[in-house]
Design a protein around this ligand. Sequence first.
Ligand code: PGA
Length: 255
Amino acid sequence: MQKKYLIANWKMHKTVQEATAFMQALLPQLEAVDPSQLALCIAPSFVHLPAIAALIDGHESIRPLSLVAQNCHHAAEGAFTGEVSAAMLASIGVSGVLIGHSERRIYQKEDHLLLAKKIKRVLASGMQPFFCCGESLEARRHGSHKTMVQQQLEESLSGLTTQEIEKLAIAYEPVWAIGTGQVASIEAITEMHTFIRQMVSTQYGTERVPILYGGSCNPQNAKAIFDAPHVAGGLVGSASLQVDPLMKMVAALLG
Ligand code: PGA
């Protein structure tokens, strides 16, 4: 059985004290969860990573927890004031990085070329890239959602070998569903996940890349989404900010 993923993308939320309290409440609840079935990834702000790494240190073998960063720079190191390198993240126990989240594509103007470089850098640092893709509302309205996602995947993943692509996870996140409460329908999710699965399989000859769904996932809709074909889990924003809804989504994923 393929491992399931649930990523808690906290975005720019929580103080370090709030993040620590969250983790202290979460850790005991994970004791009963089989780590071979689930990767529960906490993706907090950079600022919180060392404190959370210290809290989960030594527990990785019994708990399905890992740390994911929300971003990193594409260069190995250098004169880039205010930036964080992949090597810095790996050195404190971060195991994955979100790449290409639509909020960074929109607000930081990150383009396909830059994202391709970031993916390479994350892989070179021994971490897992979580590559986010998804169509805009306009593309969905014009029926060009598949073309847009295909382009995002082709332009940022084209330089990768099969061995490299198998280290990735892809998150399909329609932009119009993120933070809006407007979750995609099961039909739309199935259509896009099947499309992405076929694309990756045709181009790289592998079915081993997990494809996650993101965009207004919550405890009420999670089970139907996670049961849809080719959905290996979720990338969750606002519903991941409290322990109770997050654990309900863990239950939906494993149930
Ligand atoms: P949301 O965010 O769950 O709040 O819609 C998802 C995401 O941005 O990854």
